[in-house]
Design a protein around this ligand. Structure first.
Ligand SMILES: [Mn+2]
Length: 199
């Protein structure tokens, strides 16, 4: 981005359960440095950065001795806060983004409205409880946390898919592509894309 300030945010959030330092740049190049302590989650977040052309630095110290729940949920909260903060007044952004993304046998729909109103619709089933040390029940919790803290309407739906690794990775990639589109600036949009005048 040459003639524009890169949209970015840094957030540090510490609770008794997790300590999270996150930097997100929406106008990045897909570079990621991620260490959550959960290998599969790192893999997913690196995919998210790569396919959304976001830069993401994330360091998490979490209570993994309990389980992966707090770490994954809290990263969702902080990532959503970072998206919201980086977007600022949402001037000139396309607001909507969507994709139907294939990953081998898996086909994933993702649609986003950066409306300011949180709402998640998540439709999927998984056949295994875990992928590595990542609890498949946490996929929905992660996207729920993001949708609420970013103030975004987020739909994620598995159209087809059998392999949980493919389904989940397809979801993270689809989310990245749809979010990138929704965050993109359109020179024709002079203020915000809403008849109310704010998002
Ligand atoms: Mn993979």
């Amino acid at each position: 981005m040459s003639n524009m300030q890169a949209r970015q945010a840094t957030i540090h959030r510490k609770t008794s359960e997790t300590d999270i330092e996150l930097f997100l740049c929406l106008d990045g190049e897909g570079n990621a440095q991620v260490d959550t302590g959960i290998g599969f989650f790192d893999h997913m977040l690196k995919s998210f950065a790569k396919h959304g052309m976001f830069d993401l630095n994330l360091k998490v110290t979490g209570d993994l001795i309990v389980d992966c729940h707090h770490t994954i949920e809290d990263v969702g909260i902080v990532l959503g806060e970072a998206v919201k903060k980086a977007l600022g007044d949402k001037k000139s952004i396309r607001r909507y983004g969507d994709i139907i993304l294939p990953m081998d046998e898996a086909l994933i729909l993702c649609a986003i409205d950066l409306s300011g109103r949180p709402y998640l619709v998540f439709e999927s089933q998984f056949t295994s409880d875990m992928v590595g040390y990542f609890d498949t029940q946490m996929v929905k919790e992660f996207f729920y946390a993001i949708s609420y803290s970013a103030g975004m309407n987020l739909h994620i739906r598995k159209i087809t898919g059998e392999n949980d690794h493919h389904i989940i990775e397809g979801m993270f990639k689809a989310f990245a592509k749809a979010l990138d589109e929704a965050c993109m600036k359109d020179a024709r949009i002079k203020s915000v894309l809403s008849t109310k005048g704010s998002l």
